[in-house]
Ligand binder design. Structure first.
Ligand SMILES: [Zn+2]
Length: 289
């Protein structure tokens, strides 16, 4: 082959590879976007019922701040390349037990329970390699390695709700080779966490399996997500705004705050309210016993 035609062939090949990468990236984004348009995705195995004619009350977002039945936190924020964090987002974080590890205030006690369970069941101490990152840190990571790191504003680590965990000698993909890694992957939901990027979820999350990245969502959300093999994208998009769902001792409703007012179920002993970063609030009421 002549030198000139060889160069042309190489250029065509490079162009073909670039096109394939562009198509793959666009397809990934498209899938996430399409999914959020779908509704009613609870599968047969889930024990979640729609409740009709529920007694409810209107409350203002301001009044719940001084009402001790209500906890307002950031536990159900959906963060991805479609639902990015606002520029002025402030994670509610504190230091975890003098460890220099900062995490979202709402996950502290759940993480304490999870790490205690890992130690008791597997004999290993659970460590955190990465918790909260501010926008600048995420930006620096992204500049360093744009193929692996997430775009600033689209990383859950900016919320402090996610932790990258490991045990001695087993981290990253190798975490699963340890008993502790397998325990975390199959039991973290019992402590209010989910594996945010599960092995079955790449087409919805856009991110490959990360067995080390745990994300707090709280009960009963972690129970529903884990036991129905859902991703957070699927779960939140399946909660139809204004509908009340009952599962066990909980009532869940996803609401739009109209004039800063929400409709919450009456008669619960406690409530957790979290914005979901898609324009709605998710109210989780725990029924009085
Ligand atoms: Zn992570």
């Amino acid at each position: 082959m002549k030198k000139k035609s060889k160069i042309v062939l190489i250029l065509i090949l490079i162009l073909a590879v670039l096109c394939a990468v562009a198509v793959a990236l666009l397809a990934g984004y498209h899938k996430i976007y399409m999914f959020v348009e779908e509704k009613g995705l609870f599968c047969d195995t889930v024990d979640v019922d729609i409740v009709q004619d529920i007694e409810s009350e209107r409350i203002s977002l301001e009044s719940v701040l001084s009402d001790e039945r209500f906890t307002v936190n950031q536990s159900l924020m959906l963060v991805n390349t479609i639902y990015m964090l606002p520029q002025d987002f402030k994670a509610e974080v504190s230091e975890y037990k003098d460890t220099t590890v900062f995490m979202n205030d709402c996950i502290m006690s759940a993480y304490e329970e999870l790490s205690r369970a890992v130690l008791e069941k597997t004999g290993n101490k659970l460590y955190v390699s990465s918790s909260v990152r501010d926008r600048e840190e995420q930006q620096a990571l992204y500049m360093e390695d744009p193929l692996t790191a997430t775009v600033p504003g689209a990383s859950e680590h900016e919320t402090g709700l996610s932790l990258d965990v490991y045990v001695s000698r087993f981290s990253g993909d190798g975490f699963l080779r340890s008993k502790s890694g397998r325990f975390v992957n199959s039991h973290c939901w019992e402590y209010g966490f989910i594996i945010r990027y599960p092995s079955y979820g790449e087409e919805y999350t856009g991110i490959r399996y990360e067995p080390w990245h745990v994300r707090y969502v709280g009960h009963p959300h972690s129970d529903i997500i884990y036991n129905n093999h859902l991703t957070l994208e699927q779960y939140i998009s399946s909660l139809e705004p204004g509908v009340f769902y009952k599962t066990g001792e909980y009532i869940i409703t996803r609401q739009e705050a109209v004039e800063s007012m929400l409709t919450v179920p009456s008669g619960c002993e406690s409530y957790v309210i979290s914005p979901d970063n898609t324009g709605y609030y998710i109210v989780t009421g725990k029924l009085a016993k």
